[in-house]
Design a protein around this ligand. Structure first.
Ligand SMILES: C[S@@+](CC[C@H](N)C(=O)[O-])C[C@H]1O[C@@H](n2cnc3c(N)ncnc32)[C@H](O)[C@@H]1O
Length: 206
C-alpha cells in the first residue's frame, strides 16, 4: 500500500523523535523499554495498534515504511495519548542489525502487501529470509500472528516457513474474528466488509 504523500508527514515525524525513532536510535531505546516487547510489521495507519497496545501492556514497536501511513499512525499515538508505543518509519529490510534477537513476546503481521505476481514473490514479507529474521527476533516459544485475505500470500507463507525456527500452531483458512484476543486493522475491516475470507496463521518460534 502506498498512501498519497502528504506534505505534513515528514515534518510531523521529525517533530516527534521521542516516538518516531530512526534506526540508529533503536537498539538503545529497545534495551531500556519495559517488557514484554511487541512488534507490528507494516502497521499502516495504526488501527490495530491503537486497540492492542493498551491491552497488551509493556512496549509496542510499529514498523511502517510508507511515510504518510507512518505519520498517520504517529498522529494517532499522540492525539489519543497511547502509552508505550514507538514507531520505526522505515523498511524491515533496513533493520536487521538494529533489532534485538530473542527479545519480542509477539509479532503481528496484518494484511501485508500480497505482491501476487510470481516475479514479485521475493518482495513479500513472508519470503523466507524475512520470516527467518522475524523468527530470530522472537523469544523461543513466542508467536508471530499473520492475517491476510490473499490466497497467494497465505500459501506462499506456508511454503516459505523456515522449519528449523518456526512451526505452525494454528492454521485457519477461514478465520472467524475473535475480539477477546485480537483486533481488526483498517484492511481487515475493509476486506471483511467486501466479503473476503480471512486467513490466519499462528507461528511459534522454536
Ligand atoms: C496492505 S497494507 C496493510 C496495513 C495494515 N497492516 C492493515 O492491515 O490495515 C501493508 C502495509 O505494510 C507496509 N509495508 C510493506 N512492506 C513493509 C516493510 N518491508 N517494512 C515496513 N513496512 C512495510 C506498507 O507500507 C503498508 O502500509
Amino acid at each position: 500500500m502506498r498512501t498519497r504523500r502528504k506534505k505534513w508527514a515528514a515534518p510531523y515525524l521529525a517533530d516527534h523523535q521521542e516516538i518516531a525513532v530512526n534506526e540508529e536510535a533503536l537498539p538503545s531505546l529497545l534495551e531500556n523499554l519495559p517488557h514484554p516487547l511487541y512488534l507490528e510489521v507494516g502497521a499502516g495507519k495504526g488501527a490495530f495498534m491503537a486497540q492492542m497496545a493498551p491491552r497488551l501492556g509493556g512496549s509496542y514497536l510499529c514498523l511502517e515504511r510508507d511515510e504518510t501511513a507512518a505519520a498517520s499512525l504517529l498522529r494517532k499515538v499522540v492525539e489519543e495519548d497511547i502509552k508505550g508505543v514507538y514507531l520505526a518509519p522505515t523498511d524491515l529490510d533496513y533493520l536487521e542489525n538494529y533489532l534485538p534477537k530473542d527479545a519480542f513476546a509477539g509479532i503481528f503481521m496484518n494484511f501485508p502487501d500480497p505482491w501476487p505476481k510470481k516475479r514479485h514473490e521475493k518482495r513479500r514479507l513472508c519470503y523466507q529470509p524475512r520470516l527467518k529474521l522475524l523468527a530470530s527476533l522472537l523469544k523461543p516459544g513466542a508467536l508471530l500472528a499473520l492475517k491476510t485475505d490473499s490466497d497467494v500470500f497465505y500459501e506462499f507463507a506456508k511454503e516459505q516457513l523456515p522449519a528449523d525456527c518456526l512451526e505452525i500452531v494454528l492454521d485457519e483458512p477461514d478465520y472467524q474474528f475473535d475480539p477477546s484476543g485480537d483486533a481488526q486493522s483498517e484492511y481487515e475491516i475493509k476486506k471483511r466488509e467486501a466479503g473476503f475470507k480471512i486467513h490466519r496463521l499462528l507461528l511459534r518460534r522454536i
